[in-house]
Write a protein that binds this ligand. Structure first.
Ligand SMILES: *Cc1c(COP(=O)(O)O)cnc(C)c1O
Length: 388
């Protein structure tokens, strides 16, 4: 494995050297005002990335999975109804967590490769006249299949049904790399982590709560201690945590947010869209297809690429790592062995992406796939030459 090569897994993502340096800092007293100078800009910066005016931001020493648990345990009670669609490994895991918390999940089985079924959600919500469903789960970007879903459409489904359920959105692989509109979409809890769009090591679970979600915190009875947002809010009021904060990671997050702001949030999204489009053109030139069923659900942060029947897609990831020291993502769950994934989020340039495409081509030729060396690279080059 060469540590000089970028990684093309859909998280953790490549880290800018400056962010690595920012994480590596001397010990400070986390109960001194110096910590407030790290905490405050982090909370304000995350709020901006979420496009929220008044969302309550909480940062936990955790990961995205802890963010899921923060959403559930702070707002719900045992036996509460949940509406969720399973269209990939990450939506599956969140459903599993709900069940382990004693929540009553109505699962809409959805083909892997398709987006969230907003029309089906609307139908179910309309039928739930007793309002047993307390929260609707929505995975904005299914990292297992490279599928983006329309969160505005899920909000519309809730509104059309006149249903008061909370809307929880997993934005772990979209926030900071694809457009996310907390306020405009009426999101009640948004969940993300540090190691994807924010270009940091894993270690932070980051959530945004709406006023409505904060109200639900007062009546929810699921047990919570470490992830209790009330304790966290109390800590923040004194520029502190209820326990020891991960100061170095948060110093890195502060810089990450400054870098995103300096590039311009919309420019960050446009860069991800451009790089992703180059990858999609390469896939087409290879004669392969995406797992994502249609262009409206193509993800700009990860592409899951189907390989021919009878071929083990995981071999691509193995050979890329062993022979070329480059990391791609394996297929997960239902699509294990059927797809390999190219992560294209975080700190990435056109030129870095071309190196990933060139390596993927070599591996596919090594493994006997009918792919022409240079074909995908040329298709992406032709596109990247013309800029955004
Ligand atoms: C990575 C990811 C997660 C899990 O996050 P961890 O930080 O690994 O706990 C959850 N949801 C999605 C969509 C992800 O991509």
């Amino acid at each position: 494995m060469s540590f000089q090569n970028p990684v093309f897994i859909p998280g953790p993502t490549n880290m800018p050297e400056a962010i690595r340096q920012a994480c590596y800092m001397p010990t400070i007293d986390h109960r001194s005002p110096v910590f407030g100078e790290i905490l405050r800009p982090c909370l304000a910066g995350v709020r901006k990335v979420l496009k929220s005016e008044s969302g309550h931001i909480f940062i936990f020493p955790s990961t995205g999975t802890g963010g899921w648990e923060t959403a559930l345990s702070n707002t719900l009670s045992a036996g509460d109804g949940i509406l969720a669609a399973r269209n990939g490994m990450f939506s599956h895991r969140w459903i599993d967590m709900c069940q382990r918390h004693g929540l009553d999940v109505q699962v809409v089985e959805t083909p892997w490769g398709e987006g969230l079924p907003a029309a089906k959600y609307e139908e179910i919500l309309k039928a739930d006249t007793a309002h047993k469903i307390k929260a609707v789960l929505a995975t904005h970007n299914e990292t297992a299949t490279g599928v983006k879903s329309d969160i505005a459409a899920v909000r519309k489904a809730l509104d059309a049904a006149g249903h008061p359920a909370l809307l929880f959105v997993d934005g772990v692989s979209s926030i900071g790399s694809m457009d996310f509109q907390f306020d405009a979409w009426g999101v009640d809890v948004a969940v993300t982590g540090s190691q994807k769009g924010f270009m940091l090591p894993a270690g932070l679970g980051i959530v945004g709560f709406s006023e409505k979600a904060m109200k639900a915190v007062e009546t929810a009875t699921l047990p919570r201690t470490f992830f209790d947002v009330r304790d966290m809010a109390k800590g923040y009021a004194a520029n502190a945590f209820p326990y020891t904060p991960p100061v170095g990671l948060m110093n890195g997050l502060k810089l990450s947010l400054e870098m995103i702001e300096a590039e311009g949030l919309e420019n960050v999204f446009a860069r991800h869209r451009r790089i992703a489009e180059g990858v999609r053109l390469a896939v087409k030139a290879w004669g392969l297809e995406l797992c994502a069923a249609s262009p409206d659900v193509y993800s700009d942060s990860v592409s899951a690429i189907k390989t021919p029947e009878g071929f083990n897609a995981t071999d691509i990831v193995t050979v890329a790592a062993e022979k070329y020291g480059m990391a791609f993502g394996v297929g997960l769950g239902e699509v294990a062995g059927k797809v390999f994934r190219i992560g294209h989020l975080g700190m990435l340039t056109d030129a870095m992406m071309l190196s990933g495409l060139a390596t993927a081509e070599m591996v596919m030729v090594d493994l006997g796939l009918d792919v022409k060396l240079g074909s995908g690279v040329a298709a992406a080059q032709e596109f990247y030459r013309h800029g955004s």
